[in-house]
Structures are given as C-alpha cells and as structure tokens.
Design a protein around this ligand. Structure first.
Ligand code: FAD
Length: 463
C-alpha cells in the first residue's frame, strides 16, 4: 500500500486525506499546529470561540460538490443558514438575497441602475453555470472551454472585474460595492479576475451562507471524518526538509528531528515554502518565478464580543470604505451563536497590501487596529462590546504557520489566466499540492475542491 504524507491540515489537506484514505492509501498528516482546519478553523481565545479567517460562504455549490465527493452530504454535516440581509456598504448600498428588493433600492438611488443590475445578474448567472464545470477540473485551460463549446467564456476570462462591470454599464459607486470582496482582499478592481463579478449571481441565486455552528464547523466536519477513519496525525510538527533521489521524493524530515519515508508527498502548506525546501531541484527560472509572485496578506483583525440591539435588522456584514487610513473595513456580526450573557462573537477585518504590511512594525499595525475599533460606524446597532484579541499580520503568520506572513500568491486576473500553482509538480514525479494557492479561487470551497482534485490526480498517476 502506498504511503502518502500530507503536510498541512487546512481545508485542502483534510479533504485530500479523506479522499485518499477512501481510495485505500496509507495516509499520514503532518500538521504544524495543535489543531486541524488551518485558516478556516475556530479559534478559542480566552474561552471565547471565533471564526479565525473566513466569515461567509459565497460558493455553497462548490463546497457541496467537494463534500459529496468525500461522501459527506454538506447540509447533514454542516447545517447552514441562508443569509437574507447579506451585506451593506457605507450604510447605503444593501445586498439582500432577494434580487428584486436589491435592484429596486439601486433604482431609487440611481435611475436606470436597478434594471442594469438585473441584466448583469442574469448574464453572470449564465456565465457562472458555464464556468462551474471547469472549476471542478485540475488546471482547466482554453481547450476545455472550446471542447464544451462555451466560447463566450474566453472573452470573459480575458477580462477583469472592472471590465465586466463596465460592459454592463454598472456605475462606479455600485461597481465598487459589487467588487467589495476584491477590495477586502487588498486588490484593485482592474487587476481582479473576471469571475469575481459572479458573486451577485451567487448571492441572489444559490444564496450566501453562514454555518449554524460558525465557520469552523466546515473544517470540523472534515476533521471529524479524518478521526473516524483513524488517519494518523502528527500535531505540532512542521515539515522542515524534503528528501529526494533524482526526480523522486523518498521522505521528509520534521522539526522534531524525525525522518519519515513516503511514496508520495502532498503539500497543503504553502507551495512556495515547499519549493524553497528543495531549491536545488527546481530550474533557476522557476525559482525566480516563484520568488516574484506577489503575495496576499491576511490583513488585520479585531476579535470582539458584542451585544447587539435586539430589534436591529442588521445585515450580516457591514463594509466601510470611507475610513481615513484603511481602504475597506468589514464588520462581521453573525449574532446567532455562542451568546454568553448576551454577548456574541463579531469581528472587524481590514485588508493590508502585502508590501505595505511588510514595511509596518507590529505596533504600527496595532495602532491601525485601534483606529478601526475606535471608528463609530460599526457600533451603530451595538449596545456594548469587549475587545478579546487584536490580530496583526505577524500574529497570523506565527499562529497559522503562514509562509512569510502571507496567505498565498495574490489572485489576479493575469495569474488566473497563466494558471496557478499546479496540483502536480512538474519537477518531481511524486510531489503534489493542494490548498488555496492551487485553485483559481481562494475561498474555503475552492480549497476543499483542490484537495479532491489533487488527490484524484495522485490516484490517476499512482493508483
Ligand atoms: C482574514 C481572512 C478572511 C477570509 N475570508 C473568507 C471568506 O469569507 N470566505 C471564504 O470562503 N474564504 C475566506 N478566506 C480564505 C480561506 O479561509 C482560505 O483560503 C482557506 O481556509 C485555505 O485553506 P487551505 O487548504 O489553503 O489551507 P490553510 O488554511 O492555509 O492551511 C494550511 C495548513 O498547513 C499547516 N502548515 C503550514 N506549514 C506547515 C509545515 N511546514 N508543516 C506542517 N504543516 C504546515 C498550517 O498550520 C495549516 O494548518 C479568508 C481567509 C482569511 C485569512
């Protein structure tokens, strides 16, 4: 039986572990942290439970697809709440699940924009349907699109988010509100990939979701299955070395001074970090390419316990784009779980450009977090709050074992077209990757899908 080491137990690594074990492989997980789930896990800080990274599920169909492949029906394993009042930008542009209500509100603010928004959502719903099968394929390319006869996808993929919004004559202010998901990832609309324009079609179609038990319930469902399958996990263990002969990996070494042999290595840890552990094996041009990839910062965050005013029909997420120092701040207020004496978890999240974050000291970042906490805009429907934790990019990096305090290479339209980090390494016969940096998208759902796709490739080439 082939022995596969999976380095990292984020969404991608967990999904891959289940898939491989189900296919009969001998799997061992090496995880640097004491918990499973990576960025998507629940964090317990001073006894309070928090969603660590993600705050919303915008791609429920993709997550359901991955869970189905793992024989874990999503709704049975992760009960989800469909969000009706999804988000608001600067307290005046509201997006709800209901398309008509949302469009009517835009029509009131800017004559003609309601109708244009409806046309835009109809067209992008159609695009989403055509694009979806390609997201369930490892490294899809133009040939796949041509084979399926989806020719309209080619100009779409060659465009960027700003270009798609312009095509449907969406005005700048509304366009910025539609593209808020790009801004909150510290990216400009012109550089962002065209598929970011599909978010409204998801919100008004399948819906945007929040798990009843918090975001951590998503990786927890995978982690529970991993435990039930008796997959061995080495916790608090970092992969620090990769042993190879010619083009084959024969084992890994860890910070615990252990050497573990394997037939196949699957990295859910950063692909860039893994390649840096075997720099002597990869061509100089690839080394240069990897070093130049622009990275994405996880940004800064304040973890709060809040008491919301009872009757407030608050949207789940509020965004502010008018703050003096930060481009966007998101206030995520789930309000449905973990009420202790009337307080529940909430979070302020702000993006930082990676290069900017690198130049800032930890105390400079903490000062920015204090500024966001002091802003009055998010406190409107809040009676009381307590600050539980302030998270800088340094804190993200050390607690979540991020490569140079970055989540992954930043997703630009150009990077998406060139292809992201492939699931199967070109340079080693038995080296594979999964996780957010290997899929054209970087949501929780895409990380899970990447775990399924990369493990299917392993089975295809080594089964
Ligand atoms: C602030 C923020 C907000 C987000 N918002 C959303 C959102 O609203 N919706 C959404 O869908 N997604 C969101 N995301 C993205 C989503 O959380 C991630 O893309 C996804 O969880 C990444 O999963 P992954 O499989 O790539 O692994 P990761 O979560 O990156 O996990 C990798 C694992 O590898 C381990 N590891 C690292 N190095 C080593 C090593 N050397 N040896 C052993 N183990 C190692 C780490 O400890 C970790 O457990 C957000 C992320 C952040 C940070």
């Amino acid at each position: 039986m082939k022995h596969i080491i999976i380095a990292g137990a984020g969404m991608g690594g967990l999904a891959a572990a289940i898939n491989l074990k189900q296919k009969g492989y001998d799997v061992t997980i090496i995880e640097a942290s004491s918990k499973l789930g990576g960025l998507a896990r629940t964090e317990v800080i001073n006894g309070h439970h928090f969603d660590a990274g993600p705050y919303i599920l915008l791609d429920q169909p993709g997550l359901a697809w991955a869970f189905e492949k793992l024989n874990l029906p999503l709704q049975e394993n992760v009960p989800l709440l469909k969000l009706q009042n999804v988000y608001t930008v600067d307290d005046k542009i509201n997006f709800s699940h209901d398309l008509k209500t949302t469009a009517a509100q835009f029509e009131n603010q800017w004559t003609g924009q309601g109708k244009k928004y409806i046309n835009f959502v109809k067209a992008t719903t159609n695009t989403h349907q055509k694009l979806t099968p390609h997201t369930y394929k490892s490294k899809p390319g133009p040939l796949d699109i041509i084979k399926k006869g989806n020719f309209s996808l080619i100009p779409f993929m060659l465009n960027n988010l700003a270009g798609v919004l312009k095509k449907y004559d969406i005005n700048t202010e509304l366009g910025k509100a539609i593209g808020i998901w790009t801004q909150v990832a510290a990216q400009t609309m012109k550089k962002a990939p065209a598929p970011m324009s599909l978010v409204p079609s998801l919100i008004h179609g399948q819906g945007a979701y929040y798990p009843k038990e918090g975001m951590g319930a998503v990786p927890k469902a995978l982690a529970d299955k991993v435990s039930a399958m008796d997959i061995p996990i080495l916790y608090n263990t970092r992969l620090t070395g990769i042993k190879k002969t010619n083009k084959k990996i024969v084992g890994v070494s860890t910070d615990k001074k252990e050497n573990i042999s394997c037939d196949i290595l699957l990295c859910n840890m950063s692909a860039i970090a893994a390649y840096q552990l075997m720099e002597d094996t990869i061509p100089a041009s690839y080394k240069r390419y990897i070093k130049k990839l622009p990275l994405q910062s996880p940004g800064i965050a304040a973890y709060l316990q809040v008491k919301s005013k009872k009757k407030a029909p608050a949207p789940y997420l509020k965004f502010c784009t008018t703050h003096k120092s930060l481009s966007t701040i998101a206030f995520a207020n789930p309000g449905n779980i973990e009420t202790i004496n009337g307080f529940h978890q909430a979070r302020l999240v702000a993006p930082l450009d990676y290069e900017q974050a690198k130049k800032m000291s930890e105390s400079e970042q903490l000062a920015l977090i204090n500024e966001q906490i002091d802003s009055p805009w998010w406190q409107e429907n809040i009676d009381d709050f307590k600050i539980i934790h302030k998270r800088t990019t340094y804190d993200w990096g050390s607690k979540f074992h991020l490569h140079n305090n970055s989540m992954n290479p930043v997703m630009t339209a150009e990077f998406m077209r060139k292809g992201r980090m492939p699931h199967k390494s070109k340079y080693m016969d038995n080296l594979y990757f999964c996780g957010s940096s290997t899929h054209p998208g970087q949501w929780v759902s895409f990380a899970a899908i990447s775990g399924v796709l990369s493990s299917n490739l392993i089975d295809k080439y080594h089964g």
